[in-house]
Ligand binder design. Sequence first.
Ligand SMILES: [Zn+2]
Length: 450
Amino acid sequence: MFTLLRVTVCPALVKVFGRYSEVIIVISYRFLGRSMSEASSFSRRRLLQGAGAMWLLSVSPLGLAADSQIIAVRVWPASTYTRVTLESTHQLKYRQFALSNPARLVVDIDGVQLNSVLKKLGNLVHPDDPYIKSARVGQFSPQTLRLVFELKQDVAPHLFALKPVAEFKERLVMDLYPANSDSEKDPLLALLEDYNKGSLDKIPQAEQGPKPGKAGRDRPISIMIDPGHGGEDPGATGKYKTHEKDVVLKIGRRLKALIEQEPNMQAYMTRNEDVFIPLGVRVAKARKQRVDLFVSIHADAFSDRSAHGSSVFALSTKGATSTAARYLAKTQNASDLIGGVSRSGDRYLDHTMFDMVQSLTITDSLKFGKAVLDHMGGINRLHKDSVEQAGFAVLKAPEIPSILVETAFISNVEEERKLRTAAFQQQVAESILKGIKAYFASGAARVRRS
Ligand SMILES: [Zn+2]
């Protein structure tokens, strides 16, 4: 019982739909009795929520825009949030609304036809997904595709589009955060929420820098382990399809286990799942935790497959120490574009760049890096026997000595094979731990704490 009306757009709808000069409204008979001015008085919110899913069903641009094809669907369940990504040939126009009993999130997408890729969505939902119970997809109208996520708990959805980057085409990202979050219990979630609001820089002055007391004597030495990449961002991929994000997570977990066996040390991880965490959030987590050291673990690639060996990097505020270091920092900093953030929440990182604190921290980072590099030399060839420097975003905690360990080149066939073995992963973890101990034993760590 629907009728098609073509109308010239009224101002309220222009506000809602921006550049589109005409809308086609599918309108129910019960709605026809009302004037269009009444219709325009509906708030944007009600409009987008579908007014109880009763009336506004379809919007399309002037003329026939080329239909977009969905070319990939991915689901990344994690304890902090679950991400669903639709990759498409053209930018998607979407709206979302919630339905209750049972709790559902509905996303309508215009100009998309159901295809075999989309039909797999339901099978991609993992039984252990903390947020999504099931997902289905259907052609709601000739122009509109509808996704329905049945939920396990109330969610606060965060939807945004990403421009094509690296090998990815257009993406629509749907992040499902818990609606009733307890930020006390989940500091990472609190940081992600702040990050999404663009307000990450709110660490009070009194809570910056290391915790009081001498690390290792008055209190445990605390380390933030940062396995690089994750979720949508696989990092580098080897010839035999080994993903950097998987290998470095395994090494990170091994390092955490080793540190926890030490009597006076404790370890945290920026991620312990296959989840994408923005670089700024990784840094913020370390600062919030007020750790003594930050270690980012990677296994990157170079176009020349013969490149090999381990290397260690620290931050530079004055350009890179080599072309390779600059290239690497650039590829690492692209992680946010590849993994996908709705906005750049790292404002505070820029003003601290020339801070005195940062320069002292870099001096310590170089000492720490050298200690780790010396031990890495015992298990693998070194790509370079000094610590290199470049503008890595993930190493920018102003008061925490931070290094990035390139464990090996995943693009090198021999090193890819090594990286996959538990033995090498364990050796890397042991070398980093030895480096941490050597750094503290040398007294270098005292410089900033006396
Ligand atoms: Zn990497």
